[in-house]
Write a new protein. Structure first.
Length: 319
């Protein structure tokens, strides 16, 4: 039986990856220090004989007994309010955490896939973003702690590939959504849905003309699985190219939830990217992948999940 280590396992994406690899017949070792994740996301896995969980901070030396075939490194705060609250930990998990996992992959002769992000493109001046665009990042701005941590993650991963011959994969993930996002994580979808469910106005930052392109989690997981199994070591964008302004997105959430509350406008956070859309030509050509779930279907599934949560989660301010 093949063995895979998934870091960030108690988070949104990590928990869905654990589900997928268990379904594919792997022995899954989940690792997380629960700084932004929650055991509720993987509670259903504790009875599975092929699942183990290590509560561990990956910025500290990482030890796993036995063989490993694959490592998926997803540990990192991911939402702007999380990484602004814990900036040093964000830099450390991207730098020291990634270094530890690359060292582990080398020791175990395992293939490693690391989670990068569309944030490596910063506030992009090329649209849509292709993998050969180098980006437009403010290293000393508020988002620099996340963007630069991820740029370092890519650089050190490529160095292990080039200098040690390690089998590495780099996925550049664009805004992904779905069940198990934290309602209070500040990202736009849980923010709007939480506001609608609590009967509050929806807070659009800036004039709402900035764009994002939202990918449903099942599509992302499929893209990651295919990339891991491919022989392609350079970064690959995985995201849904369907682009929408944040103002229009707020209207979609208002329709979906049937809320009678309105949109209010707040200041745009510093360095908030004005437009973002993945060019997925590479994913199409190399992985034979493209998204299958359109936004109306994905939003419906996600809203059903949020509606099913106990009421106290709706009003929980802090993680
Ligand atoms: P998340 O916050 O839900 O999950 C991250 C998990 O990592 C959490 O469970 C957290 O406790 C854990 N973690 C953080 N620091 C750790 C450490 N030092 N040691 C061990 N565990 C640690 O976020 P997510 O949305 O699931 O994101 C997962 C990964 O995907 C991140 O690396 C993120 O940068 C990347 N990503 C996500 C998106 C997205 O749209 N969701 C987009 C681009 C990139
Ligand atoms: N946003 C917003 N209202 C909110 C939360 C976010 O208008 O309550 C905006 C935010 O300024 C950004 C977009 O929605 O332009 C996406 O934000 P998110 O934090 O989800 O992702 P990221 O900026 O990292 O892509």
């Amino acid at each position: 039986m093949k063995r895979v280590l998934i870091t960030g396992a108690a988070g949104f994406l990590g928990s869905h990856l654990c589900d997928r690899f268990l379904r594919e017949g792997y022995h899954v070792i989940g690792m997380d220090n629960l700084i932004t994740g929650n055991l509720d996301n993987i509670e259903h896995l504790f009875s599975e004989k092929n699942f183990e969980f290590y509560n561990h901070d990956v910025t500290k030396f990482v030890h796993v007994s036995g063989e490993l075939d694959y490592i998926l490194h997803f540990a990192s705060p991911a939402s702007p309010i999380d990484y602004l609250k814990i900036p040093i930990q964000t830099l450390k998990v991207g730098a020291m955490g990634t270094h530890n996992l690359l060292g582990l992959a080398k020791a175990k002769n395992a293939r490693i896939l690391v989670a990068s992000t569309s944030e490596v493109y910063g506030d992009p001046q090329v649209h849509p973003q292709t993998e050969d665009y180098w980006g437009h990042v403010n290293p000393v701005g508020p988002r620099g702690v996340y963007d630069e941590a991820k740029r370092y993650l890519e650089a050190i991963t490529m160095a292990y590939h080039t200098y040690h011959g390690l089998e590495t994969r780099i996925v550049r993930i664009f805004n992904t959504y779905g069940p198990r996002m934290r309602l209070n994580d500040g990202r736009v979808l849980p923010a709007f849905v939480g506001q609608a469910l609590r009967g509050e106005d929806l807070t659009v930052f800036g004039d709402g003309s900035q764009t994002r392109s939202f990918c449903y989690v099942d599509d992302l997981v499929e893209g990651i699985y295919r990339l891991l199994m491919s022989d392609y070591a350079k970064p690959v964008n995985v995201g849904n190219p369907s682009e929408i302004s944040i103002a229009d997105f707020a209207e979609e959430i208002i329709k979906l939830t049937g809320t009678t509350n309105k949109v209010i406008y707040k200041d745009l956070p510093k360095d908030d990217p004005m437009q973002r859309q993945p060019d997925i030509t590479k994913a199409r050509e190399i992985l034979g992948w493209e998204p299958k779930v359109d936004r109306s279907e994905g939003l419906k599934r996600t809203y059903d999940y949020f509606k099913s949560l106990p009421e106290e989660k709706l009003y929980k301010k802090e993680h």
